[in-house]
Design a protein around this ligand. Structure first.
Ligand SMILES: Cc1cc2nc3c(=O)[nH]c(=O)nc-3n(C[C@H](O)[C@H](O)[C@H](O)COP(=O)(O)O)c2cc1C
Length: 523
């Protein structure tokens, strides 16, 4: 191709020179188009970074162009309603419809293959009833909590200011205010955009943003001061998140604005590191004592921790620490390996951390097995976009659900998957002020409110169809799964669910090894 390019170049120059010489100077106008193409080709051949451009000057650029627009082409022309990832078109569409409060019915019948292995559903009842749409609420408060929080069934999962734009955070918080549900700050601290009147869960990560010393250690004084913020209803200590468990992060000095430095309590002009693990504790007992300290400093607000499950033994060790100290968190947030993030290494996203269903069942089993379940609420996150997603998770042991990407879609995310480039075309996951301008909080907050309300309404309608009056009545056997062409199992047949106190007396064989190895003194 390189030779062809040189032949083309020589030909263009020769033809232009000859025609101009014999009295057709007008031909030189063609160089307005051909000249830049030739210069681009010459640059392509002499650059050393891209082999494809050296070998296919000019034409090679089409590859980069199509690579760039591939996600859009795929989303608009290739993917079917049910095969897009991470969220398929049907999941995205129902969020948009419910957020816009427009028709959310589907015509003609399901597009799912109901005979495919993995197909899931819940069984309805002949005693189906109409269940009025209502805001289902769950009180989060263990025995040591002095300021119980009445939480909605569905809340906004942790996403920091910085990962999301000012206008996206504003929209989420205003939506939470309109719908009376809770908005998790993410580990980046409490920004002014979080303070639009919606309830907050203040998340504290390994860098203790907003409550750290100069050296990056936990600072009880600033924690106590900020925990008093009236909108802060709960406090969540982040141990890990599903999309990148055990991975810290670095905010480069170049991206650290004065505003973010102030919100996070970090000095300007330096890289800011979020370590992979906590420095405030190093043992299961230490973690539980830290939870108690945070609760005391926050004057008894509900305190919990968020984690993606890794080693079972480590979670059981935390349960042993609760039993030994008599101290329990008010809630535990379980995040699935399928969870989202602004940016993560591929290996962490794809191959570290247990998926939500197994994690949820483990956490529920461990707490039930230790007779601790009635003291602790289980919150879960991992691809919640519909009423069915919530019902399934509640049936498997959760009390509440959080949604991150579902809520992003409610504020206009189109799954462009550019969160890690700062080029989010709809102004949701970017700090670029020009792009952020496209997102109008007055409109998008209403969408967040609508999405929440319509999704809860769908939960109520499904509960009615199942003949159930309360979400607490949901059980694992309500959820069915096709496991082969001719076999169906409900979740209580697929997974083991422990009886109360089962771990304390004679742990079942499936748990015995991890339980016996677990120690409150070390992870
Ligand atoms: C843009 C973005 C930023 C996030 N930031 C945080 C964070 O600061 N802290 C955290 O614990 N989880 C964070 N998460 C994870 C979510 O809170 C949530 O646990 C996960 O995405 C699963 O929920 P989903 O499937 O509804 O998105 C983030 C997710 C996204 C998409």
């Amino acid at each position: 191709m390189r030779n062809l390019f040189w032949q083309f170049t020589v030909l263009v120059i020769a033809v232009n020179a000859i025609l101009a010489a014999i009295g057709y100077p007008g031909v030189l106008w063609s160089l307005i188009i051909l000249g830049p193409i030739i210069l681009l080709g010459i640059q392509d051949i002499f650059q050393t970074r891209h082999s494809i451009l050296r070998n296919f000057p000019v034409l090679g650029h089409f590859r980069f162009f199509f690579e760039e627009i591939r996600p859009e082409i795929h989303q608009y022309f290739v993917e079917s309603d049910t095969d897009g990832v991470p969220f398929n078109r049907q999941q995205r569409t129902v969020v948009y419809q419910r957020a816009k409060n427009i028709r959310d019915t589907v015509p003609f019948g399901t597009e799912r293959d109901v005979y495919a292995v993995g197909y899931e559903w819940v069984n309805h009842s002949i005693t189906a009833r109409r269940m009025e749409a209502k805001d289902i609420r769950v009180t989060v408060a263990g025995p040591d909590c002095k300021q119980p929080y009445s939480a909605s069934l569905l809340n906004i999962s942790a996403m920091s200011y910085g990962a999301l734009s000012q206008n996206a955070i504003r929209s989420l918080n205003l939506g939470a205010k309109l719908g009376n549900f809770c908005h998790n700050t993410g580990e980046g601290g409490i920004s002014p955009y979080h303070l639009q009147g919606g309830d907050l869960t203040w998340q504290i990560g390994t860098a203790y943003f907003g409550c750290r010393t100069k050296e990056g250690q936990f600072n009880p004084e600033t924690f106590q001061m900020r925990a008093k913020t009236p909108s802060v209803k709960m406090i969540e200590l982040k141990l890990s998140q599903g999309a990148k468990p055990g991975h810290g992060g670095i905010l480069p000095a170049a991206k650290l604005t004065k505003e973010i430095a102030e919100i996070r309590d970090v000095p300007l002009g330096h890289d800011v590191e979020s370590p992979p693990g906590h420095s405030a504790f190093s043992t299961p007992k230490g973690l539980i004592e830290f939870v108690a300290q945070l609760r005391e400093l926050s004057d008894g607000k509900p305190v919990g921790f968020k984690l993606c499950i890794g080693k079972r033994r480590e979670f059981l060790a935390i349960c042993k620490a609760m039993l030994e100290t008599g101290v329990t968190p008010d809630f535990i947030t379980v995040d699935g390996g399928e969870g989202g993030t602004g940016a993560a290494p591929l290996e962490f996203t794809n191959t570290i951390g247990a998926p939500l269903i197994e994690s949820l069942i483990l956490v529920n089993n461990a707490l039930v097995g230790c007779n601790l379940r009635d003291r602790i609420r289980i919150i879960c996150s991992g691809k919640v976009t519909t009423g069915f997603d919530i019902i399934k998770r509640l049936a498997l042991g959760a009390d509440l659900c959080n949604a991150a990407r579902g809520m992003m879609m409610a504020v206009g995310c189109i799954q462009a998957q550019k969160c890690n480039t700062n080029e989010c075309p709809v102004g949701v996951a970017t700090t670029n002020p020009m792009l952020m301008k496209g997102l109008v909080p007055a409109d998008k907050s209403q969408r967040v409110y609508n999405f929440h309300r319509n999704t809860e309404r769908s939960v109520c309608e499904m509960m009615g169809a199942m003949g159930l009056a309360n979400t607490e009545d949901l059980r694992p056997w309500h959820v069915m799964r096709r496991v082969s062409v001719s076999e169906i199992r409900n979740y209580s047949e697929l997974y083991e669910f422990l009886e109360p106190g089962a771990l304390l007396n004679n742990p079942p064989e499936s748990y015995a090894r991890a339980w016996n190895a677990a120690s409150a003194e070390s992870f």
